[in-house]
Design a protein around this ligand. Sequence first.
Ligand SMILES: Nc1nc2c(ncn2[C@@H]2O[C@H](COP(=O)(O)OP(=O)(O)OP(=O)(O)O)[C@@H](O)[C@H]2O)c(=O)[nH]1
Ligand SMILES: [Mg+2]
Length: 457
Amino acid sequence: MFESLSDKLSGVFKVLRSKGRLGEKDVDAAMREVRIALLEADVHYKVVKDFVGAVKERALGQEVMKSLTPGQMVVKVVHEELLRMLGDVHEPLSLRGTPPVPVLLVGLQGSGKTTSCGKLALYLKKSLKRRPYLVSADVYRPAAIQQLQKVAGDLGFPVFDSDAREDPVEICRKAAEEARRLGCDTLLVDTAGRLHVDEALMEELRRLSALLEPAETLLVADAMTGQDAVNVARQFDATLGITGVVLTKMDGDARGGAALSIRAVTGKPIKLLGVGEKLDALEVFHPERMASRILGMGDVMSLIERAEQAVDETTSADLEEKLRKNAFTLEDFRDQLRMLRKLGSLEDLMGMIPGMGGAKGVKPDERELTRIVAIIDSMTPVERRKPELLNASRRRRIAAGSGARVEDVNRLMKRFQEARLMIKRMNQMGLGRLGGKMGKMGKMGRLLGKGLGKLPF
Ligand SMILES: Nc1nc2c(ncn2[C@@H]2O[C@H](COP(=O)(O)OP(=O)(O)OP(=O)(O)O)[C@@H](O)[C@H]2O)c(=O)[nH]1
Ligand SMILES: [Mg+2]
């Protein structure tokens, strides 16, 4: 997500930071590059214009803080403006009302409505302790009803037995009754998609909306469709009124910037992100985290949350202690690599670690993990604890023992040293040296210390 945008922005910031004083010319030049980077990332041109204008004005204005260099100041302003563009604070789902509280999922064909319905049900149950009931109001596409039934069945959620010959409004009325009877508190309504926004579909959605009076009308938009996603959001909002957006396929290699302009263009918040085809691939959207991710500061919070879900707590305190003392050994490194498997794809994880997102030439390779673990396994326990013992002859022995080449062993050692350094750096952030508003580093750092216990790097 946003690798190339991150790369470019960090390039611009590096230049800015290297200067002691910043004149109008420097800021102008930097903003020209920021502008190009945003446009290339497919951010809506009007949003880019406002963004660059605001940053320039503030950067050149009187806003100078003693504690920051002018370059840092600009980075801070960019971060804040980016945050503003994304919506400042996370807006949670609002599910007040008499149960079963209806949630309507709408959007174009193939945008991910049915999948998101399942993801949302799982999220509601796990994170909000709710009891969802699902219903398909898609009577048009053959097998659409069965598709939702399969999704619900796989996850173990009750689902209405929709009859494709009936009117969608009638189906939903009956489904709401059934949900109430079963004691479910949330009614998730999957609706039919269309290739384009058309009047007949909108009319049907309006009728559904009038009957259900949904607490949330979520537009499910495909991030890969770029500017189209923004237009669709605008149209759905104008004719139906949406309360939020679920951006799907954020795991794809789309430039993604378009989707991020949705908030700025429609004023409606992005609430959730679809990040994969699996039904647990749903993330809550946090503007702060996204801004940090884009600016290459990493999304440590999301990473820690994910780590906490996947890994048990027992070893973490122990590791925290080791990290503090810089006693992180190859054994720990190996354990971390093993745990990593549980967290998600490597590429995903790298993007969340500060400084790693844009790291060039670090193409994670899952097989590499297995190789690394084999190499570490071939070391003696003493070697693992004291990597400085590894001279040329020991390295040859280890290579032979693990079926690797000496170069592989060397590369692993280099990586390990880098990982130690990185950990040291992150620890220093944790000590609160980077105070102030820049990402609430103090708190983040402490959490990081904790989260790092679960990281391989
Ligand atoms: N990679 C990825 N694929 C997704 C995501 N969400 C949905 N998909 C895929 O997108 C395709 C369409 O998803 P559906 O949920 O059937 O979309 P829909 O909006 O219900 O489609 P219609 O009912 O035909 O309008 C499927 O292949 C999904 O697996 C996501 O977040 N990431
Ligand atoms: Mg569908």
